[in-house]
Design a protein around this ligand. Structure first.
Ligand code: ZN
Ligand code: ZN
Length: 373
């Protein structure tokens, strides 16, 4: 039989098209000739031989035009809707092999080169102290690898074979008569597919693979950072993707982050300690207590007591004072508060608004007593 490699005649002449014929013209000519020479319809002893030559010529021209870069607006050759010849005159075994070579010898994977192992996204939730001083995270999970035999594609595609479901039409009769529906087997392009024998067409390994890594989380890793485990992800033959581990720092009962991403601690302090410019203790990340004076205001910065930076230095700890007014004072507290209030009233300098008010009241009462006299 004739193979594509031995077809030396001019394929244009075989199909009866001009040398500058477009893919559209070539396809039209091919269909016309295939309809004429198909051995099912044509009893001519030459029919099988002619059909093979027509197929080879068509295939050669398509390869030339595709390989040579057909114009962008030139539609890609559609699959042959014409029925493929069955080499009836040949003995059954040989006929089968010939049919296979003609139809599937040019098969390729459906999406060759387009399916690559995907990076695996993983999450680690660590405590603030662990992120600050570094820790080892136990990363466990399951990965479903891609089928190495079909590179995850799942199905062969044969440009030379019409879809077995829709006979290359790309559509099948719908539920009602006269209606059509897209062919789901070929996706509407009319080209036949075969599932990969290894993965039965799924493109994936049958079972997920368990993984377990001890990932070192370096000290001072900010929230949301990604640690990449190179070549530990999804496998597809020789290719392996990465695992991308996003590290999330869990909310902390004492510390939080301010808008600038600096560590912050909000401390409730009673009104009297604030007024009395007392000293309060502030917890630091390393478990110690620092002392701050209320004389320095309600927002303070403790340098070198915050979250570690990547350069090894320590960032600042921002301290916010939340002034609390005590509720429901006891009798003892009331007595002390009365003493305080008396002292405040007696001291004109500590509360000038009060002194002014007292003067205004006094002036009014003396004016009233003058007018009543
Ligand atoms: Zn496969
Ligand atoms: Zn189809």
């Amino acid at each position: 039989m004739i193979s594509a490699d031995t077809f030396d005649d001019d394929p244009h002449q075989e199909l009866g098209v001009d040398v500058d014929a477009s893919l559209h013209d070539i396809k039209k000519a091919y269909r016309r000739l295939a309809a004429k020479w198909h051995p099912d319809r044509n009893t001519d002893p030459q029919a099988v031989w002619r059909m093979q030559r027509i197929n080879q010529a068509y295939q050669r021209l398509c390869e030339w035009l595709e390989g040579g870069g057909a114009p962008a607006d030139d539609p890609a050759p559609e699959p042959d809707a014409a029925p493929e010849p069955e080499p009836a005159p040949e003995p059954p075994q040989r006929a089968k092999r010939a049919w296979w070579e003609r139809n599937w010898g040019f098969a390729k994977w459906e999406a060759d080169g387009q399916v690559v192992p995907q990076a695996i996204a993983a999450q680690a939730h660590v405590e603030l102290e662990s992120a600050a001083y570094g820790c080892v995270h136990q990363l466990k999970g399951f990965i479903t690898d891609l089928c190495g035999d079909c590179a995850g594609v799942g199905r062969w595609i044969s440009p030379r074979t019409s879809c077995s479901v829709c006979s290359g039409e790309g559509r099948v009769p719908g539920k009602r008569s006269g209606q059509w529906a897209g062919c789901t087997h070929c996706g509407g392009d009319g080209v036949d597919r075969k599932p990969c024998e290894t993965c039965q067409g799924s493109g994936h390994a049958a079972k997920a693979r368990e993984y377990h890594f001890e990932v070192r989380i370096p000290a001072g890793l900010p929230d949301g950072q990604v640690i990449v485990l190179r070549g530990q992800g999804q496998r597809c033959g020789d290719q392996v993707s990465d695992i991308e581990l996003t590290v999330h720092i869990q909310p902390h009962p004492i510390f939080h982050w301010d808008d600038q991403g600096e560590l912050c601690c909000t401390i409730p302090v009673d009104l009297y300690t604030v007024l009395g410019e007392g000293i309060v203790e502030v917890p630091t990340l390393d478990g110690h207590l620092a002392k701050v004076s209320m004389a320095n205001g309600s927002q303070q910065v403790l340098l070198g007591m915050g979250f570690p930076r990547r350069d090894g230095t320590l960032g600042p700890l921002h301290v916010r004072i939340d002034t609390i007014t005590p509720r429901h004072p006891s009798a003892a507290q009331k007595a002390l508060l009365k003493q305080l209030a008396d002292a405040v009233r007696a001291d004109a300098t500590s509360c000038p608004e009060l002194s002014t008010w007292q003067r205004q009241l006094k002036a009014r009462s003396s004016a009233r007593s003058r007018s009543s006299r």
